[in-house]
Design a protein around this ligand. Structure first.
Ligand code: XMP
Length: 537
């Protein structure tokens, strides 16, 4: 978490963020994930939405009455780090089991079902972690249409010895006598994780649960959410004015486009060009929004201002703090010039909402929030308009497409708020910015040319503080080393370096050394996250 840049947006003047209230625009059926603190709880929700069923996370301990009020079509009890034997283990309200709503317990969720309904759970002698094979003994609805042997991903310490009365064991594995169990009332538990990619047919299993057991029709579609969201913004804002800070990234562009569709000229956007963006990036967003949407955008050229504030700074967190602080200063001045504007439109997404909501469980998520636009001080007293707060990133891209934003804007790779400043190791100067920007351009250009750009999570260049000896023609050179980082990831929380074909790397290297002045060597970063991070700073 980056102090100064990140946290303030999450405590707006109106009070802390709360989960989006149901029903969400366009969602006719909802599945709730009762979150017991698993690293993959969010992923479960995303997978369910990929199956076109609207899904939200709620704390695992949410009272049954609250859950009933949401009228879910199904419940998923997530995994979690606790053991059901621990005194402080988070537990669902026992009434949840009796709501008459289908339940899928995953891993810890299975153990909860078994333990709370009278089965026997015991600590396993060997922790089962990693790939395993599950043998399906009775396909039933959950495994309908699937092979009898399923490659799955396991991660658990406890195992079920005996299922509760009324439950049948429907699958097993070598280490887990009960890899899946079900009763006649739509209550199911599975020991493995269907949401992770290593469970090859995990999505089919989730779909069976959603369609065959919960009876969902699968009609959720992010783009279908636009009309209702537009109406919602219109109702909230009335005839008042709205301000929106554009960052050059996807979330703020889609937010602006949506709010603009709702209230037109009542919206004014401020684009603080901090000079730390990728080549052409800010221009492209501003161009699209002004030309095709005729939006009122005030562009502030603040590169010199930011470079001045960053002069001589080498500490990464200090860079982030300065960029956050200066953003606020510049934005505040620009906003003041607009006179009275009560509303601020902001590109808060569902993962931000989840991560900023304190689940009342001792086993909360690992918190990591990065936001593209700096937090605004409370004294500015804006009322917030956050039309994207129910959506995941891929859904925001769909909404952006539905609003007419071009692909090169909505399908951009993620880019950190502090921009190129944290990709220059050491002090940020105009010259070093130009070097890293030019190298970055080559990486992106080659990735697009070879069709790899959208197949990776991020691909970019880092300017290292190292100089090395080289030879160009008859001359000895002593110049910068650029590192290239290309990673695959689902959500940025974990990542692996991309096995890009060596001839693509060769072209990237040749072009950087040939086209970017002051660089004579290129290295490829082969670290994964963890233990490394994606960015170098
Ligand atoms: P790390 O380096 O933490 O990055 O593995 C994970 C993801 O977050 C992005 N990132 C940031 N985004 N402000 C942002 O808006 C930041 O300070 C920041 N630091 C990292 C990074 O690009 C990657 O996608």
């Amino acid at each position: 978490m980056s102090p100064g840049v990140d946290s303030a947006l999450l405590t707006p003047a109106e009070g802390p963020a709360a989960p989006a209230a149901a029903p969400v625009p366009g969602a006719t059926e909802t599945v709730l994930v009762l979150d017991f603190g698993s690293q993959t709880s969010q992923l479960i929700a995303r997978r369910v939405r990929e199956a076109r069923v609207y899904c939200e996370l709620v704390p695992g301990t949410t009272p049954a009455a609250e859950i009933r009020r949401r009228r879910p079509a199904g419940l998923i009890l997530s995994g979690g780090p606790a053991s059901v034997f621990a005194a402080d283990a988070p537990r669902p309200d026992p009434e949840v089991y009796r709501l008459g709503v289908p339940i899928l317990g995953i891993c810890y969720g299975l153990q909860l079902l078994a333990h709370d309904l009278g089965g026997q759970v015991e600590p396993s002698l060997r922790r089962e972690y990693g790939p395993a094979t599950v043998i399906v003994d009775e396909p039933g609805l959950l495994f309908a249409g699937l092979p009898a042997r399923l490659p799955v991903w396991m991660s658990h310490g406890d195992v079920i010895r005996r299922p509760p009365d009324g439950f049948r064991v429907v699958a097993h594995s070598q280490e887990s006598p009960v890899a899946a169990m079900r009763d006649g009332a739509g209550r199911i538990g599975i020991q493995f994780h269907p949401e992770v990619v290593h469970t090859a047919m995990g999505q089919e299993i989730l779909r069976n649960f959603l369609y065959r057991i919960c009876g969902c029709a699968g009609t959720w579609e992010a783009a279908g959410f636009i009309d209702t969201a537009v109406a919602g913004v219109r109702e909230r804002v009335g005839t008042e004015r709205v301000i929106c800070a554009l960052s050059g990234g996807v979330d703020s562009a889609v937010t602006a486009a949506l709010v603009h569709r709702a209230v037109g000229d009542q919206l004014t956007c401020i684009f603080v060009d901090n000079g730390l963006l990728r080549r052409g990036e800010g221009d492209r967003v501003v161009d699209v929004l002004t030309r095709s949407m005729r939006m009122d955008i005030r562009r502030i050229d603040a590169q010199a201002h930011f470079l001045g504030a960053l002069a001589g700074v080498v500490d990464p967190e200090e860079k982030r703090r300065i960029i956050g602080r200066e953003f606020i200063a510049v934005f505040e001045t620009a906003a003041r010039e607009l006179g009275r504007v009560p509303f601020l439109a902001q590109g808060t997404l569902y993962p931000d909402v989840i991560e900023s909501t304190a689940w009342d469980t001792p086993h909360a998520h690992t918190i990591k929030t990065h936001h593209n636009v700096g937090g605004l001080p409370e004294r500015m007293q804006f009322r917030l308009v956050e039309p994207l707060r129910a959506l995941f990133k891929d859904e925001v891209r769909q909404v952006g497409g539905g609003l007419g934003l071009p692909d090169d804007v909505v399908r951009r790779q993620p880019f950190p708020g502090p921009g190129l400043a944290i990709r220059i190791i050491g002090p940020v100067t105009a010259e070093r910015l130009e070097t890293v920007r030019a190298a970055d351009w080559v990486v992106i250009d080659e990735m697009k040319r070879t069709g790899l750009y959208h197949r990776v999570w991020q691909s970019f260049a880092i300017l290292t503080p190292i100089s090395s000896v080289g030879v160009m023609g008859d001359h000895r050179t002593y110049a910068n080393v650029v590192a290239v980082r290309i990673v695959e990831s689902q959500d940025g929380m974990t990542a692996d370096w991309a096995r890009v074909p060596s001839d693509v790397l060769a072209d990237i290297s040749r072009r950087i050394v040939g086209e970017v002045p002051g660089v004579n060597r290129v290295v490829y970063d082969i670290s994964s996250k963890p233990p490394s991070t994606i960015e170098w700073e």
